[in-house]
Design a protein around this ligand. Sequence first.
Ligand SMILES: [Zn+2]
Length: 374
Amino acid sequence: MYELIKKDGRAKRGRLKTVHGVIETPVFMNVGTAAAIKGAVSTDDLRQIGTQVELSNTYHLHVRPGDKLIKEYGGLHKFMNWDRPILTDSGGFQVFSLAKLRKIKEEGVSFSSHIDGRKIFMGPEESMQIQSNLGSTIAMAFDECPPHPATREYMQNSVDRTSRWLERCKKEMNRLNSLEDTINPHQMLFGINQGGTFEDIRIEHARTISAMNLDGYALGGLAVGESHEEMYHILDETVPYLPEDKPTYLMGVGTPANILESVDRGVDFFDCVYPTRNGRHGHVYTNQGKLNLFNKKYELDHRPIEEGCQCPACRSYSRAYIRHLLKAKEMLGMRLCVLHNLYFYNTMMVEIREAIEAGNYKEYKKQKLEGMAN
Ligand SMILES: [Zn+2]
């Protein structure tokens, strides 16, 4: 159940009540692909750095260790010891980006596992069954992620099929949620808007899926190679056709600046691998822009990554020490950078929520962007 608490321009401050607790939005979901945040980060760490939602990947968990094993264990929450909300993606994105030799039909997609070459078939029903076995809080609909760029004809056919697949996802989820041995009988379903950079296809599709009364709506197929300006334009045009009284999720986005701009266009759910991936390479976010801790100038720097930051890295360690750890390939170096970056993102979301509540979001966004551009 989603409650729109306040609007500031188009920016939404909301609250999604789930069976695993309340999600305050705008929210940044922390990406734990294979049921773990890369960088040796535990669920205890996540609780310390203010994580609200953990995101896991259906495709990866289906391939290894297998969703049936996780169901038998008691579900993903129990398996990874995380009692707050989990969102699982549908597997669609991985099927279209990682898997080899795929073949798309009306029923679904046949492909080979990227790990052992094993033949796998996934369609809307299979994706819902896997996500039901995992027992996530929010399941994503199975969609096609069209290539970028794609022709108009390809895109229209693809989006029409994605709409038909969404009907099947909804039907299958209703069936699974009513089974006696289901892990999470209250599993929510988010639909996904596609259409690439064809705004009229996007708008028509947004109208179609909005009529299906789902728990939330995502925009997929963005940040796949188009310019930031094109992405913002699509958000300007499409978001108004998605229901305001439901969560609006921009998948796989992005930089702090992308998030600040997208919140201003009505988006309130985000996920991205940038903070973890950058952290693993010693690139850390601050309010004065990104630092590369491998840089020689930090060799004797006694300061934390960011003055005043309350994350586990900044409370205890200097840039000089973390730089040494990274250079020596000590896992702790990578871990501290990832913890700082996720804390930076999670804390920015707290500031965003406060700014919307105070009605000064535009001013906050301007100051934050100016600071980070230094
Ligand atoms: Zn920090």
